[in-house]
Design a binder for this molecule. Structure first.
Ligand code: NAG
Length: 218
């Protein structure tokens, strides 16, 4: 029915457009039935094309969604990979030579000269390292002191002593170093504490330092 209506419309158009064609239409040489058949075929083809186009459009939408999802996933993976890069190293004095301590109370050492701080997990304003992701971490500290006063330094996890170095009133000077592997949760804090009435010494050669890095995430 639809193609028949189209055929009639086409005929009217042809009649209006050119009188010569109009004459042809009524001439017996034009097979109206055949023309209508052709139009029917055209209509069927148009319908098929429409269906194909609809399919292509919905496939296109599906592809767009897929691309967006892949992009989001990629960004998440990139962020996760960034978070996996954690490494820092710092020494006590930003410049110059001198002792830190003794103090009447406990003191968190603030290592001021930062050599590296990938991932910014170490804060030189507080001396505290905060784990950005769950994982196995390695920490190491080295302490140096001069004679006369005890050197006593500990590594603390969330305020609890984990390992220490100690040199009781060294004759000329004292050195101590310790290292530890710890599994940390996000937000766990590592710091180095100077014990009461003890001291450490640092100079441009970097005798008192604190370093750490993520070995692998867990
Ligand atoms: C401590 O280390 C420094 C630097 O390596 C060294 O000069 C000094 O002799 C060491 N002190 C002792 C008591 O071994």
């Amino acid at each position: 029915m639809k193609s028949e209506t189209m055929a009639v419309l086409l005929l009217v158009l042809l009649l209006c457009a050119e009188s010569s064609i109009a004459q042809d239409v009524f001439s017996p040489s034009i097979d109206i039935i055949a023309e209508i058949e052709k139009l029917k075929h055209m209509d069927e083809r148009i319908q098929k094309l429409e269906e194909a186009l609809t399919n292509v459009l919905s496939e296109n939408e599906a592809l767009k969604t897929l691309v967006q999802e892949s992009q989001n996933k990629l960004e998440t993976v990139q962020k996760e990979n960034e978070a996996k890069k954690v490494a820092f190293s710092a020494k006590l004095l930003k410049s110059g030579t001198g002792k830190t301590g003794p103090f009447n109370g406990l003191k968190i050492l603030q290592y001021k000269k930062v050599f590296s701080n990938v991932g910014s997990a170490y804060d030189s304003n507080t001396g505290i390292f905060t784990a950005p992701i769950k994982g196995a971490y390695y920490f190491r500290f080295y302490a140096h002191s001069h004679s006369g006063t005890t050197m006593a330094v500990s590594l603390l996890k969330n305020g609890v002593t984990k390992c220490s170095v100690f040199s009781w009133k060294p004759v000329s000077n004292g050195n101590g170093s310790n290292g530890i592997v710890l599994t940390l949760e996000i937000g766990d804090q590592i710091s180095i504490q100077l014990w009461m009435k003890t001291w450490v010494y640092d100079d441009p050669a970097g005798y008192t330092s604190f370093s750490g890095f993520l070995i692998f995430p867990l």
